[in-house]
Every structure is written in C-alpha cells, then in structure tokens.
Design a protein around this ligand. Structure first.
Ligand code: CTP
Ligand code: MG
Length: 186
C-alpha cells in the first residue's frame, strides 16, 4: 500500500470509531448523579463499579454517540465514505446509540476490574484506559452487527484501531490542556 492508501486507512478507522470515541470521551460532560451500581458493594466488600460510572453517563453519552453517527450518516449521503452510508436516519440513531453502549460497557468492565484491584476512582491505567472501550466496541459489533463488522472491522483495521487510538487520545488530552480544559496534559 502507498502512503496515500495508509493515510486513507487511518482516516477511515478514525471515522468508524468516532461514535465510540464520542461516548467514551464525552461521558464526563453528561455523567453524574445515580451510580450504575446504586452505591452497592460486591462480595469482596468493595464497590461494584464506583461513583465514576453513572446511568446518566451511560445513556447520555450513548445519546451523543447516536447524534454523532446520525451526522456521519448525513455527511455520507453527500460523500459516500462507506461505513455509515445509506443506513437511514432511524437506523443511524439506533446504531449510534448501540455503538455508544458497546464502548461504555468495556469502560464499565474496566472499572469493575479496577475496584477489585483496589484502585480508586479516576486512577489511570495507561494503555487499558484507552483501549478497553475499543475492544468492547469491536467485540459487541461482531455480535450484534455481524455483517457490518465483517465488512468494516476486518482484522487489519482492528490492528490499526489499536495503533491509532493511544496517540489520538494523548493528542486530544494535550489539546484540552492547551485550551485550558484540563489541569494536566495527559
Ligand atoms: N462517566 C459517567 N458514567 C459512565 C462513564 C463515565 O458518569 N458510564 C463520567 C464520570 O463523571 C467519570 C467521568 O465520566 O468520572 C470520566 O470517566 P472515566 O475516566 O471512565 O471514569 P473515572 O472517574 O476514571 O472512574 P473509574 O476509576 O471507575 O474508571
Ligand atoms: Mg478515568
């Protein structure tokens, strides 16, 4: 593949992952109030998920992913990039909401593991923090959107998704830091 082909593939992977990125990245803006575990503890006496995972965050951020995919599908009416082309507004909304949930279920699972390991809310596990949601998004897409996933998330793209996400994550954090939205650049 030539350089242009590689650049196109990187763009395509980011385009495909935009709804899960939106859900994972913007949960902090819409989250709050009732925690998903309702404050309950697991059999080990520690919180199941903790206060960082809320119902509002889960459904609000999935709603944002839904809006994201809807906009993408509208753009693809004019520029047929491929993955979200010709799916119709209602399907786009459902698909986007599902993709948001797929991503956040991985994020939730990671919190479950963190609590078992006694790690406090907000403790960053460098690589896992950025890749948990990508993994669960891909996993659930293959279950619930099998044909779509086989077409758009072939193994080479999954690999690329894993290569692209960490630098993108650090890049957006750094941008947020420059814009004064974050205290630290990571
Ligand atoms: N958030 C939420 N509901 C979710 C996911 C995220 O309300 N299902 C919000 C919370 O305000 C959370 C913030 O988004 O604090 C950042 O998300 P994340 O980094 O995943 O959570 P942490 O606070 O780091 O908590 P944890 O240690 O459990 O990962
Ligand atoms: Mg965190």
């Amino acid at each position: 593949m030539d350089l242009l082909g590689i650049i196109y593939e990187i763009f395509l992977v980011i385009w495909i992952l935009l709804p899960p990125y939106t859900a994972n990245g913007l949960a902090v803006l819409v989250g709050g109030s009732t925690p998903i575990d309702f404050g309950k503890k697991f059999i080990d006496g520690k919180r199941i998920f903790g206060d960082g995972k809320t119902w509002r965050g889960l459904f609000g951020a999935s709603g944002l992913a839904s809006i994201c995919l809807l906009i993408q599908s509208l753009i693809e009416n004019f520029i047929p990039i491929g993955p979200y082309h010709d799916i119709g507004p209602l399907n786009a909304i459902v698909m986007g909401f599902s993709f948001g949930l797929f991503a956040l279920l991985g994020d939730l699972f990671e919190s479950f593991i963190k609590r078992r390991l006694n790690l406090p809310r907000g403790y960053n596990v460098p690589i896992a923090d950025q890749l948990d949601f990508v993994l669960s998004f891909i996993f659930f897409s293959y279950i619930f959107y099998r044909e779509w996933a086989m077409l758009w998330l072939a193994p080479n793209r999954v690999l690329l998704a894993y290569l692209v996400t960490p630098p993108l994550h650090w890049g957006t954090n750094y941008l947020a830091y420059i814009l004064g939205k974050k205290e630290v650049p990571w």
